[in-house]
Design a protein around this ligand. Structure first.
Ligand code: HEM
Ligand code: HEM
Length: 267
């Protein structure tokens, strides 16, 4: 199941991963190595921006340089792109390799060409809307492109193959991921409004929503690690899905079989 045979097998003896498993690692690896460090930088600058603004409002002198606000926005713009990017990578993987995704349906002879083209065009449209959102200045266009890129994510997330954990939505990696991506898109869309609004209403909306985003990011770290633990390697799926998930037990055909670790040891 789920063996992507078009690519040459890239997996030499030193890894148990097959091609499809290596592709599935792309999303978590990019999230951990690139997106989470960016979150740390953005949050650090955001805290300094706030401390500096409040100190100056009180009439104190702040030791924090004036540049921190601009730095927060500069890296924040990168954050929006990387969060949406990492979400699109996860969705692309699931739509192709997920349960009832393109590969499964092709094997069953049920793959609908129209749907493949539709999904492909949706990816292009979502990315194009985000690029245009980065460039848009007037309020109307920022609203339009933010809505379009957000809708693109929701429509792609609704495709077969995406693992949504719908009945346990309150700790679903998918729902957290989509909400946090929408919040990043919204942050990007209202940058101009935060600066223009003397009454700080947009600024306060931004702070409240992005404190929630920060909690969701932490949730992504936890639920993503949990999902990595729960998803078996492609070639292990037939065995693992034969287990009794309600009672959390697996029948072992041969109880005396050596543990997996022995594969690493010389005979
Ligand atoms: C986890 C993500 C984020 C958090 C927790 C966060 C939080 C904050 C906080 C606390 C402030 C300071 C508010 C104050 O002055 O009291 C701020 C300012 C701001 N944020 Fe964010 N933010 C995040 C992401 C973003 C993103 C992705 C963007 C845009 C792409 C953005 C745009 C802005 C802007 C324009 C300001 C005003 C900066 C200034 O006064 O010079 N933020 N943010
Ligand atoms: C910025 C942080 C992250 C965002 C926005 C995010 C978003 C998403 C989204 C939207 C999906 C699609 C669900 C699906 O297609 O089945 C997904 C899947 C996945 N993510 Fe993440 N993710 C993030 C971080 C992580 C991290 C840190 C890990 C692991 C350490 C991880 C592991 C996974 C795994 C294993 C899947 C596939 C199975 C599943 O749906 O849970 N993610 N992610």
């Amino acid at each position: 199941m789920n063996n992507w045979n078009i690519l040459p097998q890239l997996t030499p003896a030193f890894t148990f991963l097959k091609n499809v498993d290596i592709i599935s690692l792309l999303h978590p690896a990019i999230a951990v190595a690139f997106v989470f460090p960016i979150i740390g930088i953005v949050v650090n600058f955001s805290w300094q921006t706030r401390q500096r603004r409040l100190a100056i409002k009180k009439g104190d002198k702040s030791k924090i340089p004036a540049i921190v606000g601009r730095e927060h926005v500069k890296i924040g713009r990168w954050l929006t792109g990387s969060v949406v990017g990492v979400t699109l990578i996860a969705l692309a993987y699931s739509v192709v390799f997920g349960y009832q995704g393109f590969v499964d349906r092709q094997k069953a002879g049920e793959l609908d060409n129209f749907q493949v083209i539709f999904v492909f065009l949706m990816f292009i449209a979502t990315i194009a809307s985000l690029v245009l959102l980065y460039r848009a200045k007037p309020k109307l266009w920022r609203g339009v492109f933010a809505t379009l890129s957000g809708m693109g994510l929701i429509i792609l997330g609704a495709q077969d193959g995406v693992y949504r954990l719908g009945n346990e939505w309150y700790w679903s990696h998918y729902y957290y991921g989509i909400v946090v991506s929408l919040l990043m898109i919204f942050s990007l869309a209202i940058v101009e409004d935060i600066y223009k609004d003397r009454a700080n209403r947009w600024r306060n909306v931004h702070i409240i929503l992005n404190c929630l985003a920060l909690l969701l990011f932490i949730g992504q770290g936890i639920t993503g690690a949990r999902d990595l633990l729960e998803i078996p390697l492609s070639w292990q799926k037939p065995a693992v899905f034969g287990c009794d998930f309600n009672n959390r037990t697996c029948k072992s055909e041969n109880q005396t079989q050596s543990p997996v670790i022995s594969y690493h040891q010389p005979n």
